[in-house]
Design a protein around this ligand. Sequence first.
Ligand code: IPE
Ligand code: IPE
Ligand code: MG
Ligand code: MG
Length: 343
Amino acid sequence: MNRGSWKRPHFYYEVNIIKFSDITAPVEKDLKKVDFIINSALVSNFKIINEISSYVFESGGKKIRPALLLLSCALFKKPGVKTVKMAAGAEIIHNATLVHDDIIDNALIRRSKESLNNKYGNTIAVLFGDFLYCQAFKILSEYGEEFVARNFLVAAGAMCEGEIFQSAHVYDPDISLKDYYRIIESKTAKFLAACSSIGAYCGGASKTDIENMRKFGLNLGMAFQIADDVLDISSSDKIIGKPSGKDLREGKITLPVIILLEKMGKSSVNKIKDKIRNKSGLDQNFIEDIICLSKKNHIIEESLEVAMNYVKKSFLYLKKTSPENHIKDKLRLFAEFMALRQK
Ligand code: IPE
Ligand code: IPE
Ligand code: MG
Ligand code: MG
């Protein structure tokens, strides 16, 4: 089926020329060490656990959180062993949230292969997610750093709050823009804010700079989740490694749909809202129609502009930090990449 086309905003091209690996090049060696620490931290006497760990971590993922933590440290000081361990902890926590998120969403595919719940069932997936949280906090407690543990715990708690609030609003087409922003701030942006502030802390930054870096991460985190919600509509299963259009199927009303509903005429809006409320109307044809309408009405571009505004806001906080070096340029690109990435 022809899903229609959409015009990429002019700023889209410039950033997409840059590869994510170029942005993270200064911490490339540390990211390799992160992989090694993760593997060591998950070794178990039970063969089944080792099998599951390999299944989850072999598929990789973009490693956005450890990269942000390491670059945020590098802005102030070269990352040492401690920082690398904190970055590994962040990636393990992230994977725990994905394992649990897929159970909640009943998702069948993650990173282009069967989700853990699909392959091993919900019981094992719940427990493996818990295992990951435990192993992450074991690493994080090694150095007795209260700041690090507290910030990750606060972010993990916020993530639960966001997911619970979101679950209470599925199939609710009247969800406000304000509530949408509250959800994505809690479930996604606060964790990225924790990564950037913990990175700065590990780099020995001043209290003021740690707070600037927190706000930098919070704003780029908002852009990151908006991009995820846009890609769900604008991209394909093959590229994002998860079924496109799944947000609406799961009853999640995201920014593109909220903007679309604001733009449509009253009778179309009522029809769409009724279908969403009724759940049963959310078949593949309906999803395809919404995707087409979004493309026709320039909703993708508008949503990406909102994401870019968060990126611009993140720049203001990055600019306020005291160091002036090449890592700052990389962090600026990192933030842009959050909004304009293609997967
Ligand atoms: C997916 O995160 C979950 C969201 C917060 C949108 P990522 O897109 O960073 O997932 P991986 O680790 O790269 O697969
Ligand atoms: C992010 O939301 C989930 C977490 C913060 C764990 P999504 O539900 O949009 O993530 P995907 O699209 O399934 O990766
Ligand atoms: Mg999900
Ligand atoms: Mg998503």
